[in-house]
Write a protein that binds this ligand. Structure first.
Ligand code: ZN
Ligand code: ZN
Length: 300
């Protein structure tokens, strides 16, 4: 059932790679034309994006594979590897931008062919901006956080590029050449900041971080509303693996209740949870009433 969604998602990821390559080529050309450190930093940022898009494409394909004997909990965590790779690339890119910014700061140079170079860079930003709009629109329509987040990320790149563009125009107008390496250093800091945020999310996933407070509240409400016949639920535990959400808890029922009746209650809760939490994997442990806890429980 998730396959149709993931095929079209992976097709979008593939288009992202192609768009990224075109933008990357334009940005390196703009740098080659001008020799600007700021444009070079902009191009390296695109290089990170392309590498990320490739890794995301592979990870989406792999993590969509159904669970198998070797990976009984599914392949959801594959997505975190792409983020780790991205983190490494981001650090390398930032260090190399900072070192050339420093060199440019010590020996400011004039830009060669600034008009053509800046025009090429602007064209690259326009393509990026258009693709970001597509990703955000499709992401919202499909309620895919990942797609929308990709689009928002691209928009921040466009903002960086526009900032660099305006700064270079100012540098040309005022003759204040130091603006070029200064802008490059700012881009480097921005890349580091974005990398840190991505890495933080994937560390959360690798460490089996619980779902957000709101989602947990929603899960508890759904259990409570759909468990008629049971007494309470306790020990609710949640974690993420990529797009999968794992939910497990104990369900206390009267000890005399037939197994088939308590199983019906479990099926009802599972169905209601799946309707609200996408890609949920649910495990329920049924217990008789002497196991009731009365504290930290979901009252039915
Ligand atoms: Zn228990
Ligand atoms: Zn069952």
């Amino acid at each position: 059932m998730p396959s149709r969604f993931s095929t079209s998602t992976s097709r979008l990821a593939l288009v992202s790679v192609v768009v990224g390559l075109v933008v990357l080529a334009l940005k390196f050309w703009a740098w080659d034309l001008t020799g600007s450190v700021a444009l070079w930093s902009d191009a390296l940022e695109s290089l990170v994006n392309v590498a990320t898009a490739v890794a995301a494409f592979v990870a989406i394909r792999y993590s969509a594979l159904p669970a198998d004997a070797n990976h009984p909990f599914g392949h959801g965590k594959a997505e975190y590897f792409s983020v780790v790779l991205e983190g490494v690339l981001i650090i390398i890119a930032s260090i190399s931008i900072l070192s050339s910014a420093w060199a440019g700061f010590l020996h400011p140079r004039n830009l060669e062919q600034p008009v053509l170079g800046l025009a090429v860079n602007l064209a690259a930003s326009a393509i990026n901006g258009a693709w970001a709009t597509v990703l955000v629109t499709v992401g919202r329509r499909r309620r895919s956080l990942a797609l929308a987040a990709d689009g928002v990320h691209l928009f921040t790149d466009v903002a960086t590029s526009v900032g660099v563009f305006i700064g270079l125009v100012l540098a040309l107008a005022t003759g204040w050449l130091v603006l070029d390496p200064l802008l490059a250093a700012l881009v480097a800091v921005n890349i580091l900041w974005q990398g840190w945020r991505l890495i933080r999310v994937s560390i959360g996933g690798l460490m089996d971080e619980a779902v957000s407070g709101e989602t947990l509240e929603l899960i508890r409400d759904i259990i409570s509303e759909n468990a008629k016949g049971a007494i309470e639920a306790h020990d609710v535990r949640t974690r993420h693996a990529g797009r999968m959400t794992f939910i497990e808890f104990h369900l206390v029922v009267p000890g005399s209740m037939p197994v088939s009746v308590s199983h019906d209650i479990c099926d009802r809760i599972e169905k209601a949870l799946r309707a609200e939490v996408s890609d949920a994997s649910i495990t329920i442990h049924v217990e008789p009433e002497e196991k009731a806890k009365y504290t930290g429980v979901v009252v039915v």
